[in-house]
Design a protein around this ligand. Structure first.
Ligand SMILES: [Zn+2]
Length: 439
């Protein structure tokens, strides 16, 4: 319930419903204690927001659910006719019910964070995560009625918090996914060179192995290189071991070709950069543990899509220019990082749109900058040169990748004459793109 400190409520302020997780978070973020009303047996708290509006929050949790069931049972009301035992058990488990331990009047129980996650900041570029932690609450139980008569939080549970950072009012980053591609990547590099515009390329390992000369050209012309996995799987559906192999293979390939350790990552498929649940954030958490920085892509003009028809260069560029900062409160596609593609299909319109995008960005007073500049790092921070010892290992890896490539070519030549090796090896990736939006 919202109340102004004085005067009337602003027109845009209104009461709203929140989940128990959101209530806990609001109490935690406002540093207010959750108290338990003696009469209503209901937890609540109040806080003032930045506009001096007072929020009175009353919420239901497992404690109130258990009290409701107990009260109903004393009146002879069956609380859960279907699956009643399961539901009761679930509620009891949520408050840590134990017949032996609850004989006493006091018990301290854990309360777990919800499986939803929350966004920590409004900047719209790169993501970092805080891990969830359980809370602890002391419960007081009436030995006669078995009702919980007091709930006192020692500390509140903390869900996953995903933070975005890198917001800038006047800098824009151009990124290209799914290359290198022998037809489109050189054309894009030519435009970038002519326009003196830096960019970031998230390369697929299997393409980089095939077109290693292009990967080296990207690096030598001053652009930034990042990891887009080796075979472009949907990372929300693969095991952590599989993901580790995907990332390590690509990282070692970059090391063998360019003598660098690439620390930027863009996981394939947009859902994995904008996760909503704990399951979706797991791959990103895993990548962060491996030392990667995940780079988002708020401005996505869908240059890859050919359904119902391919977007024209004019449509691609006008979409990008319409979503530059400053971002409106409801413009979820506004940001500092533009997602384009230099591989995975016909990119003629992307190549044609690129000069229009760069000119439009600059005409509006923005600078086109390398991605590491957005979050205050250097080129060496995100593409660290290998030490002398590491270079020897990278050379051996390079031999392995050469044998891998030679093996694919040989198998294809024997079993699939007339068809390119990578047409076969890469076809599952291209086919998969028709099923889901790409990134
Ligand atoms: Zn991709």
């Amino acid at each position: 319930m919202l109340k102004p400190k004085q005067g009337k409520l602003p027109a845009d302020a209104h009461d709203s419903s929140v989940s128990v997780q959101e209530a806990w978070l609001a109490a935690r973020d406002s540093d207010e204690d959750v108290t338990f009303d003696d009469d209503a047996l209901n937890p609540h708290f109040s806080y003032l927001d930045e506009r001096s509006l007072r929020h009175d929050v009353w919420f239901l949790d497992a404690v109130t659910a258990l009290n409701h069931m107990r009260a109903a049972q004393t009146l002879g009301i069956q609380t859960s006719p279907y699956g009643g035992w399961v539901r009761r058990s679930f509620v009891m488990a949520s408050v840590g019910y134990s017949r032996r331990r609850w004989r006493g009047r006091q018990t301290a129980e854990r309360c777990l964070p919800a499986r939803m996650l929350t966004w920590k900041a409004k900047a719209r570029s790169c993501a970092s995560r805080d891990r969830p932690t359980p809370g602890v609450r002391d419960l007081t139980i009436d030995p006669n009625t078995k009702l919980i008569t007091d709930e006192n939080f020692q500390n509140l549970p903390e869900p996953f918090r995903v933070g975005r950072y890198g917001y800038s009012p006047n800098q824009v980053v151009l990124t290209f996914d799914d290359g290198p591609d022998p037809e489109w990547t050189p054309k894009i590099l030519d435009v970038l060179k002519r326009e003196h515009a830096p960019a970031t390329f998230f390369l697929i390992g299997i393409q980089t192995d095939k077109f290693s000369g292009l990967a080296k050209r990207i690096y030598n012309e001053g652009h930034t290189i990042g990891n887009h996995t080796f075979t472009h799987p949907d990372v929300s559906n693969i095991s952590s071991t599989y993901m580790k192999v995907e990332l390590n293979l690509t990282e070692r390939l970059f090391a063998s070709l360019m003598g660098i350790r690439a620390k930027l990552l863009r996981p394939p498929y947009a859902i994995d950069e904008e996760p909503d649940t704990a399951d979706q954030v797991k791959p990103l958490e895993f990548a962060q543990d491996m030392g990667y920085i995940t780079v988002g892509n708020r401005i996505d003009p869908n240059d890859w899509s050919d359904k119902p028809r391919r977007h024209t260069a004019e449509e691609i560029s006008s979409y990008v220019l319409a979503h530059l900062p400053p971002c409106g409160a409801n413009d979820l596609r506004c940001g500092n990082i533009v997602l384009l593609h230099d591989g995975g299909g016909n990119r003629a319109e992307t190549v044609r749109a690129l000069p229009m995008i760069i000119d439009g960005i600059r005409a509006r007073g923005y600078s086109v900058v390398p991605v590491f500049q957005l979050f205050g790092k250097t080129r060496a921070d995100v593409m660290a040169p290998l030490s002398t010892g590491e270079r020897w290992g990278a050379r051996l890896d390079g031999l392995g990748f050469w044998l891998f490539e030679a093996g694919i070519v040989s198998i294809t030549w024997i079993f699939f004459p007339g068809r390119s090796a990578h047409d076969r090896a890469f076809s599952f990736y291209r086919d998969g793109r028709h099923l889901r939006p790409a990134a």
